[in-house]
Structures are given as C-alpha cells and as structure tokens.
Design a protein around this ligand. Structure first.
Ligand code: GLA
Length: 531
C-alpha cells in the first residue's frame, strides 16, 4: 500500500509553500541529491518502494515541484546513505517549510551553514571591490591593506521605537558602503570618496578633531575617528581611506550608519584591532549621536549583525539579536518617494523632538499606571499590556503625547505579531501589519509626507501585500512586501508609474535581499604608508 502524503503540516506543503522552494539553494541542493542518487545507482522507482511513496511524488520532489515532508526527507537520505552534511541539509530544507517556529529557525541555521560551504557567497553590493582598490592605490600611492563592507538596512517593522528600548525587526541589505584602508605612521586621517559630491577631507587625530553636527560626509567620519581614538587610546595612528557605496543617501536606508560602521571598522582594521561585535554596535551608535541626532541603536546593530536571508529581531539594553529566517517566497522592494530625508539635516529637529515627546509621555504614563519611577516602556507593557496603556493615555495625556504614545505602544505590539507572522510564513498578515505601521506613523507619529503615503498606496494597488515608510521618515523610501514571483513586475511598475514621471534616478526602485552584517577582509600585508 502506498502511503499518501497529505497537505497537512507533516505532508507535502500547500501551494504557497511550494513556491517557497524556488531559490538557488534549492536548485543546488536538489542537483546534489540527484547526483548522489545516480552515483548510488538507485532509481526513483526503487526509492519509492523503499520509502513507501509514489514514484510520481519522488519525481516531483527531485524536480523541485513539491516539497517532501521531513519524514520522507529522512527516509530518503537514510535509504541512500548520503554524506551527513547533504543529508542534514535536505532534511532541514523539508523542516524549513513545516514544523513550528523553533524548528524552522534551527533548520534555517543548518541550511545557512550548508549554503556557505557549498554555494558562492551572494553579492553584497553592486560596488566593484577591485575598482575601489585600484582607485585607492592610484590616490594614495600604495595598496589598501583591508576592505570593509558595511551594509545599509531596511527596517521591516518597529519604527521609532528603538530609542524607547523596544525591539525592532530590521534586515541588512545587499547595498553597502565599501571602504579601502591603510594605516599611516602618523596621526593624520586622509579620506576621499569615489562619489565626487563628497569632498576629500583630512584631519589630525588630536583634540582638534571634533565632529560637527552638519551631517556632512566628513562629520560622520570625524565622529567615527573620534570614538575609535578614545576607545583604542595611544598611540594614535591615522589612516588613508577611500569610500564607495551604493546605499542611497537620504533614503531611510541608513547610509549614515553604514558609513560610520565602515569607517570605525576600517580604522580598527588598520590598527590591527578587532573589537567584539556588540561593543562595536554600541560604539558606533554612540559615535553617530555625536552628529546631533539622538537616534536609537537599531541601524548600527543590524549593519553589524545582519544575516543572509534573515530578518533580525533586535532588542536593546542589553542588546540582543535573534535572527528569523525570511521565506524564499517573500521579496522586499524599496522605492524612493523623491523627498530627500537627511537624518542630520531637515529631519533632525523633528526626530529629536519625537525622542523628547516619548520621554515626556512615558513619565506621564508611569504616573497614570502608578508604576515605579524607573519603569520603562517595556516594563509598562509587560505589566499592563498595550490596550490598557492606550486607554490610560486617552484619559490622561495631552493630544500630541497621546498620539506619540499610541504609536509606540501599538508598534511594539505589531513587532511581536510580525515576528510570529514571519515564523508562520504568513505573508498577508505581515503585509497587513506593515500597512498598519505606516498608518500609525502617518497619523499618530506624524513622520510621513504625502509622497510617502501615495507611494505606499501605489505599491499596495500594484499587488504588494503591505507597504510602509522605512527609517526615520520625513521622506525617503517605502518598503513593500510581495511574493517573489511578483517582485520584478512590482518594481517595473513602480519605475514606470513613480520613478520615471518624477525623473528620479535609476536606483530609486530596487528589489533588495537580506544580507550578512559588516565584515573586514585583509587584502594586502604591506608596511604603513609614509606618503
Ligand atoms: C533612524 C534612527 C534609528 C531609528 C529610526 C526610526 O534610522 O537612526 O535609530 O530610530 O530612525 O525607527
């Protein structure tokens, strides 16, 4: 008697899940499975007899058209006596689309390891690293010793709550700042940027290096240099640095944090120092605040702690990072509204004002809830829940503070719900939460603008499961979630209907992929530069 695979949680996955399977990882895994089977001269018919499955099902599985249940996958690998790594990866692949959240996270981890060992590393940026190295050598007369890649980020949900120490759910993206560096034997920092809008800058690593709050390219650099100097102490050693990048600026994709993280890591690498990631996350967040925005720690944490094809739930004080696998059938498209959102420029005062308002709202809510004077948003939420606190705010807070606190409380709840939706692969639920987040940022937090609202609506009208402004707001990008098979079409339509009529640059619409966090690579072992 053939056993029937059902469409339940233990059987062959349903239609949505079957699409989850389409990826380079799946293709390579199935290619290796087939090769291993042929090497063992095992026919699918024989395998079907051994596993008690229908041969047609096994053909479909091998062709990537159906997912096996974890039980079928285990029997398959046992019957063929496959090498452990391949066997574990195949079973993990089956588990990724079945089972509970915990099981999926464990399966994603196994697949991640297999992917890194068996597939070429995916592109992390469109910037050509050898071009950056050539330009470095031409500019400074000696080769770079290290290359740093620091990615931008898309925050999937949890906006304007990181500075209230509430968890957020961002992902690092495959657009990055690339830095080539070489240590100098004096205290001078010389830096230039391939993007000629950013003038070269030079300064000494001494008390005169004070970061200014202009938000210019060099102010971030000075901030990075000043925190590295105070952390590493004497002897102060400067460096030559060349920057390039494809994280759009003033877009809400955290180009400034990528710049600070890239510069800090480059300066550390030049000194031969590798600091622990968590310390770097805190240091870089502190460094960026020197430029005048009282931002939270999300951007630096995800820039350093991103994981390929994962979103990461980031918690604060203490920092915690929990990677959550993104279904292969989901895609995120970012599109620029055309309104520039310079975090340290136009938006700075409005941002800092929100930070102050949240502190005031918290103080009043604490009193209404008769909470301890030290209780933070997390403690209030744990004890009273979002709904009760919103009711308290409605009774006791002035209108602006009511709106701000309602956003904070409800956005925090949405992050928790989004983490669950992600674990269940529930695209429409996740999309609905993104829409609700946008509405709250528009109406309660008042950080949107008509262009962002229209663009998010356009993305929804074109088939996105959800869309929201990303980052601090006041302009910049929206991020839209859709099924992988619709992503290119959605991006094309957004180009045609939004980007082209406004004559925005080509990078204004992009399909992005979750990427690994920042990394440093040694590329040459020459002596310090004397130029
Ligand atoms: C900016 C800040 C972050 C965060 C977001 C809004 O990107 O740097 O810390 O507050 O805005 O969520």
């Amino acid at each position: 008697m053939k056993r029937r695979e059902t469409h339940g949680s233990q059987g062959v996955a349903g239609a949505a899940d079957r699409r989850l399977a389409a990826s380079e990882l799946r293709d390579e895994l199935l290619r290796r499975m087939r090769t291993a089977r042929l090497e063992r001269s095992a026919s699918l018919r024989a395998l079907a007899v051994r596993t008690g499955m229908s041969p047609t099902l096994l053909v479909l599985v091998e062709q990537g058209k159906r997912l096996p249940s974890p039980r079928l996958a285990s029997e398959w690998v046992e019957t063929l006596d496959l090498p452990t790594d391949l066997a574990q990866a195949f079973v993990a692949w089956a588990r990724l689309h079945h089972g509970g959240p915990e099981e999926r996270i464990a399966a994603a981890l196994v697949l991640d390891g297999w992917r890194r060992a068996n597939l070429p590393a995916p592109r992390r940026t469109t910037i050509d690293e050898s071009f950056v190295r050539e330009r470095f050598a031409a500019r400074f007369g000696a080769p770079a010793t290290h290359i740093v890649v620091a990615p931008g980020r898309v925050n999937l949900i949890g906006e304007h709550i990181d500075y209230n120490l509430l968890p957020v759910l961002p992902m690092a993206i495959d657009r990055a700042v690339v830095v080539a560096v070489r240590e100098r034997d004096d205290q001078r920092v010389r830096a230039c940027n391939i993007d000629e809008r950013h003038a070269p800058c030079e300064f000494e690593l001494d008390a005169r290096n004070v970061p200014d709050a202009s938000g210019s390219w060099s102010s971030y650099l000075r901030a990075a240099a000043s925190i590295v100097t105070s952390r590493l102490g004497e002897p102060r050693r400067g460096a030559d640095l060349l920057f390039a990048g494809d994280v759009p600026e003033a877009a809400g994709l955290s180009s400034s944090s990528a710049l600070v993280v890239g510069a800090v890591m480059a300066l550390c690498a030049a000194r031969g120092v590798e600091l622990p990631r968590e310390e770097l996350m805190e240091l870089c967040a502190r460094g960026e605040r020197l430029v005048g925005v009282q931002s939270g720690g999300m951007d630096q944490a995800i820039c350093l702690g991103g994981r390929l094809d994962h979103a990461v739930k980031v918690g604060f004080a203490p920092l915690s990072l929990q990677p959550a696998p993104l279904p292969a059938a989901w895609r995120f498209v970012v599109a620029h509204s055309g309104v520039l959102a310079h975090k340290a420029g136009r938006a700075k005062d409005a941002y800092n004002e929100r930070v102050r308002e949240c502190a005031e709202a918290l103080a009043l809510l604490r009193r209404s809830a008769l909470a301890r004077p030290e209780a933070d948003w997390r403690e209030l939420l744990r004890i009273h829940g979002a709904e009760h606190l919103v009711a308290l705010a409605e009774r006791g807070l002035p209108p602006t503070l009511l709106r701000r606190s309602r956003h904070v409380l409800q956005e925090a709840a949405r992050v928790e719900q989004a983490v669950l939706a992600l674990a269940c692969g529930d695209l429409s639920r996740f999309g609905a939460l993104m829409d609700a987040s946008h509405a709250s940022l528009r109406d309660d937090y008042e950080v949107s603008c008509p262009e962002l609202d229209d663009l998010a609506q356009l993305a929804r009208d074109l088939g996105a499961a959800g869309a929201r402004l990303v980052g601090a707001g006041f302009g910049g990008c929206v991020v839209a979630l859709c099924e992988a098979r619709l992503a290119q079409g959605l991006a094309d339509e957004l180009r045609e209907r939004w980007q082209e009529p406004r004559q925005l640059p080509a990078w204004s619409v992009q399909v992005v992929r979750a990427s690994d966090g920042a990394s440093t690579r040694r590329v040459d072992a020459g002596p310090a530069c004397r130029a």
